[in-house]
Design a protein around this ligand. Structure first.
Ligand code: MEV
Length: 311
């Protein structure tokens, strides 16, 4: 029986997380070195899922798999296909709940592969709608940034659902560091909403300052102004702290990155754990910053070279 598959990759948010939920801009970068693949085969068994967390009928999958299960069932419903006879296998290396877009990547790979197994190639808009359906299950109120960025080949500007590709001749090197602690996107997004309702003027002011940094950062990226971009990242981390979405470990690692010569560092993604993103001027600097971050307690680090963004 023919097997079909589809992949998606991780993403990091350069700037704009949380503010993007309120219509602000965001800039995201693809992480092509971390991918996730869904493979689908036709079987005689009931609808089946095969992942590191669980292997068995979709109907009995644990709650942790609600979002991927939604991706499967929503895709089949959209195609008007029968709810049986497919086995969906998920393989990948994107760590979950680290702000790297794993939930959107799982959904994107599953929806594309399930559709492909039914002879349908989803267009960008149809895929986006299905991933958003799964992301609502995973995160509650997703902006759509993750759904777009895990299938974008290039650096991307995102605002209110609209996407613009950012060509990049940027010369800096990014370091991604995993705190090793799971983040809490759903809770963090809900807490920012509650804060904003309680203190609209103060929180609105913080969100506006994040928006201004993000807008200017797209220019820094295009102009290869690493010093300016690094400063914006550092200032945005402070603004995210004020939104209560950082964590002691993220703050500790951001300080360690700066002490090791990073031009700037900030949490990336939903926060409360997960990953941070640091900017280094050169490859040698990035290697030193990454080593310092691991010495300061980061579980893993990855370098993101500008060549990865060119696509
Ligand atoms: C999560 O990767 C990014 C957030 O801005 C949430 C969202 O955009 O839906 C925190």
């Amino acid at each position: 029986v023919a097997q079909v598959s589809a992949s998606a990759h991780a993403k990091v948010i350069l700037l704009g997380e949380h503010a993007v939920v309120y219509g602000g801009p965001a800039v995201a970068l693809p992480v092509h070195s971390l991918t996730l693949t869904a493979s689908v085969t036709r079987t005689d068994r009931p609808l089946w899922i095969d992942s590191v967390l669980y292997r068995g009928p979709v109907a009995a999958a644990p709650a942790q798999l609600n979002a991927p299960v939604t991706a499967i069932t929503a895709t089949l419903a959209a195609l008007g296909a029968p709810h049986a006879g497919l086995a969906v296998r998920i393989d990948g290396e994107i760590p979950a709940e680290r702000g790297l877009g794993s939930s959107a990547a799982v959904a994107a790979a599953i929806s594309a592969a399930v559709a492909r197994s039914c002879g349908v190639e989803l267009d960008e808009q149809a895929l986006f709608a299905l991933v958003q359906t799964a992301e609502r299950v995973a995160h509650g109120n997703p902006s759509g940034l993750d759904a777009r960025s895990v299938v974008s080949e290039t650096a991307m500007w995102f605002r209110a659902g609209q996407v613009r590709r950012l060509g990049s001749t940027f010369g800096g090197v990014f370091v991604i560091a995993d705190t090793g602690q799971t983040g809490g996107t759903r809770g963090a997004v809900a807490d920012v909403a509650a804060l904003k309702a309680a203190e609209p003027a103060r929180i609105g002011g913080i969100l506006a300052r994040i928006d201004a940094h993000t807008t200017a950062a797209a220019r820094d990226l295009a102009a290869d102004d690493r010093v300016s971009l690094g400063r914006r990242m550092a200032e945005t981390h402070e603004l995210l702290r004020a939104l209560t979405v950082s964590s002691p470990q993220l703050d500790h690692l951001v300080a360690a990155a700066h002490a090791a010569g990073a031009l700037g560092a900030k949490l990336t993604g939903g926060g409360r754990g997960g990953c941070l993103l640091a900017l280094a001027d050169t490859d040698a600097d990035a290697t030193r910053v990454a080593a310092a971050l691991r010495a300061a307690g980061a579980e893993r680090t990855w370098l993101l070279h500008p060549g990865d963004l060119a696509a």
